[in-house]
Ligand binder design. Structure first.
Ligand code: SF4
Ligand code: SF4
Ligand code: FES
Length: 264
């Protein structure tokens, strides 16, 4: 890039961490938060733009990393009748966005005790009879910021295929945006969570090595080393960590064994 061009092009620095780090001369754009206009830097996510505009997230503000589902946002862009949805911590602002947040959606959650369930589809039907109100409109799938095939997992539950529903809904972060668009008023993500819990408890094969490790922990095999580690100061711990045996990047998965096998 020639000197003249690079001088004209403002250097873009993305916001990092919990604060908006703005480049010198950062361009601002107008956005509307709950109907009120604010000028915010164009590089920010909706979450950071809201903070820049003066909003403070002091409760239920979430992970800021696209994992917890606490920052569901609904917005519309000028000239477009369509309501869009996204996660405030992952979606970058656009000029004239008209937005509000839905950090919680009050969908029906049926009470149950997992240990009392045998893992039959009929148990889900009894807890959530509304699953059969689904009209397969697919609005839920279009709304999902995690690209989860919501209609497909709802259909799997209706077909009694709990394992398929659990697998299809694996990336769900419980944001509730699917439920907010559902004409059948279904709490899709609560069905899906139940399907995953049943799958984990009753359907998935047991992990033998995990069971063995839990038994070892309960038998006290690691008590001594844990006590020793918790009594070390930070420097000793750092040294131990840096000098630990590490699996080489090139090793064949599952074949590498450390020289010290005492704690395996
Ligand atoms: S939005 Fe509701 S009714 Fe439409 S497909 Fe999804 S679950 Fe079914
Ligand atoms: S399935 Fe529903 S609750 Fe889960 S991430 Fe997608 S929109 Fe959010
Ligand atoms: S704050 Fe957790 S997903 Fe956005």
């Amino acid at each position: 890039m020639d000197k003249e061009k690079s001088e004209k092009t403002p250097k873009k620095t993305m916001a990092t961490g919990d604060r908006a780090i703005l480049p010198e001369g950062a361009k601002t754009i107008p956005i509307y938060i709950m109907g009120k206009k604010y000028e915010v830097p164009e590089t920010l996510t909706i979450l950071k733009a809201m903070e820049y505009a003066g909003f403070k997230f002091i409760r239920g503000c979430g992970c800021r990393g696209g994992i917890c589902g606490a920052c569901g946002t609904v917005y519309r862009k000028p000239g477009d009748y369509k309501l869009q949805v996204g996660l405030a911590c992952q979606t970058v602002v656009e000029p004239d966005m008209y937005l509000t947040q839905i950090p919680f959606f009050p969908a029906n959650r049926a009470p149950y005790r997992l240990e009392e369930l045998e893992g039959k589809p009929e148990e889900i039907f009894k807890l959530y009879p509304e699953v059969f109100r689904c009209v397969a409109c697919n609005a839920c799938t279009k709304a999902c910021p995690m690209d989860v095939k919501v209609l497909d997992y709802v259909s799997a539950i209706k077909q009694g295929n709990i394992a398929k529903a659990a697998q299809l809904s694996f990336d769900c972060i419980q944001c509730g945006l699917c439920a907010s668009r559902c004409m059948g008023e279904l709490p899709q993500y609560h069905f899906a969570q139940l399907a995953r819990r049943i799958y984990g408890k009753r359907i998935a094969p047991k992990s033998k090595h995990l069971e063995k490790r839990v038994e070892e922990i309960e038998s006290g095999k690691y008590d001594e080393i844990l006590k020793k580690l918790t009594q070390m100061d930070q420097k000793e711990l750092e040294k131990l960590y840096m000098e630990r045996e590490r699996e080489p990047d090139t090793s064949v998965p599952g074949e590498w064994v450390p020289k010290e096998t005492k704690y395996l």
